[in-house]
Design a protein around this ligand. Structure first.
Ligand SMILES: *Cc1c(COP(=O)(O)O)cnc(C)c1O
Length: 428
């Protein structure tokens, strides 16, 4: 007797029949793992495109731009896929801008640049590329932007990223909307800053932005934040500063546990809370979703190396580790783990761990798992966001390969790193 693993229909990874092998669309994951090796990230292009389309449907009828947050998953192939369907991008470094320019140079005018520590070189790069908007997080940054814009004779469209002092229920490391956080400018200071910037020849007060955190599951805090921003926009309009855009940031969360998840309903609820809060604001709405677009489109495949017993505990040691997917170690995050091929027998309570020399190198603790043997393939689900993007070479482990499944076909979008790649920058 085997308990069936509920892999919900909202995920692109599924078993075509009970007791069959896990697939991504028509593509067998076992076949992919044989072809490209493990650890391997696999993404569904269809799912990524469908998630973007959910935002597009929810906002149809108003002026909007979905700026995908590149930091969630910055694979060039994914950026290109999204750009081709009209997405813009939210970047947080000059490196991410270089990625957008490499994957979809035509999208440069749809880029917003966030982040608390932009350098002069990064600002110059973005001014030259003609990005849509700089989301400015402090007065010294605005002064630097003004100096660079003047020097390059390029007008800088800016938005102040205001801190709305809204609390959003999420992990403390990814909550950003409180006054005590390092992000944004106190919303009470914003009007004075807009007024003084309005006098600068090379600055254009283009918008106002907020980003209150990540993996936020309820629409309500987004509504509260946007209410405060639209109040600011009304106040500025009365002073003659008419903003063209309000940027609501990213942060919409997903369900990392198994079971049904109505993604479309979530996006609709989120969009409607924001639209209500915008009131009579007639400008453009910018959104910066990252996780919601890519998280559930991705899985990390890992081979079982050993099944090891220490007293009462059973450890399933796999060939992926915290350097490939750090979310469990960093945020105590939950990822569903399912066997790619079934073995009959009873579930056991196990820890799923990687080979890295850290006790924090685990993917699951005290988790019920179907029987597995060395050589079996496991899939860590919902790993498309903040997985590969946060990977490292810790323990001198080459980074994983990445494959994209599109229209029933899979292709490699990043080859596995080699030892030569790792050693190349070093000198003895
Ligand atoms: C990280 C980040 C996002 C994306 O957040 P998600 O939770 O992945 O949607 C959007 N905007 C800014 C400014 C960010 O820092």
């Amino acid at each position: 007797m085997t308990t069936s693993y509920p892999v919900s229909s909202s995920r692109p990874f599924d078993y075509p029949r009970p007791m069959s092998a896990l697939h991504c669309g028509k593509v067998s994951l076992e076949a992919l793992a044989r072809r490209y090796g493990t650890p391997l990230y696999v993404y569904s292009a269809d799912q990524i495109v469908e998630r973007l389309a959910m935002f597009q449907r929810a906002l149809a009828g108003r002026d909007y731009l979905v700026c995908y947050a590149v930091k969630a998953n910055s694979a060039l192939a994914i950026l290109k896929l999204l750009a081709a369907r009209g997405a813009g991008f939210d970047i947080v470094s000059g490196g991410e801008l270089e990625r957008v320019l490499a994957a979809a140079p035509e999208a440069a005018g749809r880029v917003v640049f966030s982040g608390v520590g932009k350098t002069a070189a990064e600002i110059d790069l973005a001014l030259e590329a003609g990005i849509l908007e700089f989301n400015v997080e402090s007065e010294p940054e605005l002064e630097l932007l003004a100096r660079r814009a003047q020097k390059l004779k390029r007008k800088a469209r800016f938005a102040l990223r205001v801190n709305p002092d809204v609390f959003a229920e999420t992990h403390p490391y990814i909550s950003t909307g409180l006054r005590e956080h390092k992000f944004g400018i106190d919303i009470r200071r914003a009007p004075a800053i807009y007024k003084s910037a309005a006098r600068h020849r090379w600055l254009e007060a283009h918008g106002a932005s907020v980003h209150i955190g990540s993996q936020i599951r309820s629409a309500e805090p987004f509504g509260s934040a946007i209410e405060r921003v639209s109040r600011l926009a009304r106040l500025l309009a009365r002073e003659g500063i008419v903003l063209k855009a309000i940027d609501a940031g990213g942060g919409l969360g997903i369900d990392y546990h198994s079971g049904e998840f109505d993604a479309e309903a979530h996006v609709r609820g989120y969009a409607s809370a924001i639209e209500t809060a915008l009131g009579d604001f007639e400008g453009r709405l910018l959104l910066e979703p990252g996780r919601f677009i890519v998280a559930q489109a991705g899985a990390l495949l890992a081979r079982v190396l050993h099944v090891k017993r220490n007293g009462k505990k059973t450890f399933v040691v796999v060939d992926a580790a915290m350097n490939d997917l750090i979310r469990p170690a960093l945020y105590q995050a939950h990822h569903e783990i399912v066997p790619v091929c079934w073995r009959p027998g009873r579930e056991r309570v196990v820890d799923v761990v990687g080979p890295v020399c850290e006790t924090g190198d685990f993917f699951a603790r005290d988790r019920k798992l179907a029987p597995v043997e060395p050589g079996d393939l496991l899939a860590l689900l919902d790993a498309g966001a903040y997985g590969m993007a946060q990977s490292s070479n810790y323990n001198t482990r080459p980074r994983a390969a990445e494959a994209l499944v599109e229209g029933g076909k899979a292709r490699l979008i990043r080859r596995r790193e080699t030892m030569a790649d790792l050693l190349a920058p070093e000198m003895i």
